[in-house]
Design a protein around this ligand. Sequence first.
Ligand code: ATP
Length: 262
Amino acid sequence: MSEPLLEVRELTVHHGQLRALDGVSLRVLPGEVYAIIGANGAGKSTLLRTIAGLHQPTSGSVWFDGQDVTRVRTERRATRGIVMVPEGRRLFGSLSVHENLQVGASYARKGPWNIERVYETFEWMKDRRGQLTAQLSGGEQQSVAIGRALVANPRVLLLDELSLGLAPVVVQRIYAMLPQILESGLTVLLVEQDVSQALRVASHLQCLLEGHTTLEGTPSEVTAQQVEAAYFGLEQAATGGGTSTEGSESLWSGSTTSSRAS
Ligand code: ATP
């Protein structure tokens, strides 16, 4: 088995009294797209943010390229190659597209990505590089947020809920960029509530429910019923005898994501 680029071992994270993650482990191999799925509050963002260094775990560890980075500060993790596109994009709305990309480039590692390459990848962006990001659509903002992360030349890109608040067609357009991004040698760990979308792009997936791992495997290994059971904690689906519930229909249509489509 090849060595993981990113590994999480038995991670437990608390927010105050709340145990948001409980003994979660994962191994992300170089070049793969690893998807974390799960309902609201499952602990997905907490996992990604802990990997990025934004939360300290109560116990467990985060390993990157064979080294324990659990106590390494966020900025140091970024310069080593762990870069996150946060939920909600977190762009500087009063700065232009170009200025936002420059922010990403300011702590960049050496590598294949630079602002010009981002403009080549997202063709609309160069012509609108002077526009304030606050004036862009949700999908355009998401693309700038991805571009800002790419110019830092990540080795592993953490994508937190790219689809949040976006219309399905926009989500598909953004995910269509993924092969181009992977071609540059990146590894991707993504969090996604839109399960269909996650299964389309992932080489490996893990489902969280209330901070626990409820399912792990490749998309070809897991059945729709297993995914539903893991996502909702349904006993009947877990035994293979269940029929689709109202909730599970929305799971496959992607409508478990925010309805704030833009
Ligand atoms: P969502 O899709 O809604 O973002 P999630 O799976 O990403 O959900 P988290 O955001 O990781 O879940 O939240 C896991 C649990 O931790 C939830 O109960 C949430 O309310 C709580 N939580 C998350 N961040 C904090 C925080 N900074 N302070 C206190 N509680 C938090």
